[in-house]
Design a protein around this ligand. Sequence first.
Ligand code: ADP
Length: 486
Amino acid sequence: MNVLLKNSRLVMTQGLINGEWVDADQKATLVVDNPATGEELVRVADMGAAETRRAITAAHDAFPGWSATSANQRSLILETWYDLIIKHQDELAMILTAEQGKPLAEAKGEIVYGAAYIKWFAEEAKRVYGDVIPAAQAGRRNIVIKQPIGVVAAITPWNFPSAMLARKIAPALAAGCTIVCKPAAETPLSALALGLLAEQAGVPAGVINMVVGSDAPAIGNELTGSKWVRKLTFTGSTPVGKLLMKQCADTVKRTSMELGGNAPIIIFDDADLDQAINGALISKFRNSGQTCICSNRLLVQSGIYDRFIERLSEAVGEFRLGNGQDATTTHGPLITDKAALGVDEKVQDAVAQGARIVTGGAPSDQGSRFYQPTILADATPDMRVFREEIFGPVAPIFKFETDAEAIELANSTEYGLAAYLFTQNLSRIWKVSEAIDFGMVGVNETAISSEAIPFGGVKESGQGREGSKYGLDDYLETKLICLGGL
Ligand code: ADP
């Protein structure tokens, strides 16, 4: 095992089923590596369909007990879990950086951000209200209660291996659901560490189960095919999300889908340039461009176009690529060689179609998973960088003239997760915010996410909302109790 991880008591290498840490059935293991160096960090249990079935059974068996606990009791356990995560945030961040690659400061930010959902839903657990509805007929009373939906399955990606899971487990447990989690095989350690701390916080056996495995379709088939699993919550790519929705149709499961994005960031001539540069830097290059709300298309009005590019390229020149464990690193590697190659293909496609490289434009000499922060001017909608999620540190810049043109360009995508605009004109803020088809709009701000807001997309970016007062609804059923003969 890697030396850094060796001293951590939060590094778990087995799955969690019914409160037991267990190996895969045939003792199969998979390798977790450090994307910055390619070094093997550790091997973890490589589980499949049979282990997933057992995890579902455990969650099913634990459901009656957990759903019958009082909201206050669930809230207290979640609060304790939150406290433990905060107490261990440095160690959790170290594990996250080792397996995922992002700089330590960003990793710590993710741990605290994910934990905030646990605290939030610990509080919301106590506020699951019903209704009394006036009856249409005399002698009746209509009462509406909210009940936990049942066993939940959660499938999560590698880009936020801690937070994406925390923000699914927290509302599920708060509502009274039990859960089977399948973290991404690239980054299982952050998930397993959360499972361990949950156990220490007093989450009973079977309430949270973790199945780690490289055969995602086998695990996914079990989760989606099971009659006991009543809901699937997924964060990942749009093609996999669509597939899982189809698989869930047979048992008419509820689904929440946080899928791909193709966020526009619209910089109008009247933008505060400092604000716009800062916003673009954060939203484009955080996690080296590997977030679903990263701005993908920079739409810049003609009057500010040249100045914006000049300032952005100056700022990007300050980036320090490297191993996330080094304090001087501002930007880490991409998750795999394949990811880095995919980014380069999109850049080369843009260049072949006339994009101008302002800076970067090639793999970095730091290693096969590193890509130079890149700015492409004169990008056009025919290019792959316009249509596809780049998921890398590449900023393609598109020029526009009018508001109508900006709105049309922004909406010319099947995705609809996040969008950003920078302008000082109040009327424009309202008109453009209302005219663009996205679940979240950041105005003069790109760091929009927190536990207090409804995170989610429209169109092929998904359905359902995570966080906020709306977030619990995804884990609750609405039941009518009609009292008659009164
Ligand atoms: P990404 O491009 O971010 O890896 P994916 O959608 O491929 O996005 O992966 C997100 C999560 O979905 C991961 O946990 C991955 O293992 C899982 N996954 C991928 N394919 C399937 C599938 N066919 N069934 C179930 N889960 C899947």
